[in-house]
Design a protein around this ligand. Structure first.
Ligand code: PMM
Length: 267
């Protein structure tokens, strides 16, 4: 059954929810709501990765995320930490995080693979070609699916060579990261190609820019929750391990529909 990773951005500048959950108490309350709505994992991030976002000092990032992760883990909630910094991953592990979600797949901080080894946490390896200020310029492919897959495969090989336990690894093709709308749809239409890497697959389509083309011009980001939920259902049918979403309730419903559909077929 496909899991739901609920997004909790403890940032002033994330594109769809920046500034909403900067206060720890508000962040914790929102995470508890997401769990009540059906999230299996809460992904806590303290640095926006939207195109053009400024990078955040790891100390500031830790001030944002550590108290929130500590409180959520103490409530028995499974927490992932969305970070490219090894020091933040270690600080999160110390207060009970279960998963390191690194959108750079270990490329942004050379100390990350050792942090993965030392903490023994699960590790999301996302496809990434460069920091937020350069990533759009790097969105060039001749064969999108093959190139994303082989670049992910190279990251996996590197991590395994350093001794990371394969059972800890999760892959994510990184929708929107050095990928335009066309590239994103190519990835989504070919999810089995990523599943053949042999690791659980995570998909993060939620509220991303490429969904806006399906909606009336000028629609707010929350209007992307319906297309996001449809993607969640289709991704579940394609066998993904988890979907990372802002609006958990609509994706919960979509996954329940997909499951009922499947049960009808198996009956
Ligand atoms: N997207 C964002 C941030 N973190 N992590 C993973 N594993 N996959 C993603 O697609 C992903 C991510 C950017 O979205 P946000 O600003 O809404 O958090």
């Amino acid at each position: 059954m496909t899991l739901i990773m609920g997004v909790l951005n403890v940032t002033p500048d994330s594109f769809s929810d920046g500034g909403l959950w900067l206060e720890p108490d508000a962040a914790i309350a929102h995470a508890v709501d997401l769990v009540d709505e059906g999230a299996d994992i809460i992904d806590v991030g303290g640095e926006s990765t939207r195109p053009g976002a400024r990078s955040v000092d790891p100390v500031e990032e830790q001030q944002r995320v550590v108290p929130v992760i500590r409180a959520l883990a103490a409530r028995g909630i499974t927490v992932s930490v969305d970070t490219m910094h090894a020091s933040t991953a270690r600080a999160a592990a110390d207060v009970g995080a279960a998963i390191i979600n690194d959108v750079s797949g270990g490329l942004a901080d050379e100390a990350m693979p050792q942090a993965v080894l030392d903490t023994g946490l699960q590790y999301v390896v996302m496809h990434w070609r460069g920091q937020s200020d350069t990533m759009d310029a790097l969105a060039t492919y001749t064969d999108t699916v093959a190139e994303v897959r082989s670049e992910l495969s190279a990251r996996l090989t590197d991590l395994l060579d350093r001794g990371v336990d394969p059972s800890k690894l999760i892959v994510d093709p990184g929708l929107g990261f050095s990928k335009n709308a066309h590239h994103n749809w190519q990835v989504l239409g070919n999810l089995p190609a990523f599943e053949t890497l042999g690791y659980p697959v995570l998909i993060g389509a939620s509220r991303k820019r490429f969904l806006s083309a399906l909606l009336p011009e000028g629609s707010p980001a929350v209007d992307r929750d319906a297309p996001t939920a449809v993607i969640s259902a289709l991704a579940a049918q394609a066998g993904v391990w988890a979907v990372r979403v802002h609006d958990v309730a609509s994706t919960r419903l979509a996954l329940d529909v997909a499951r009922a559909w499947q049960a009808g077929r198996d009956d």
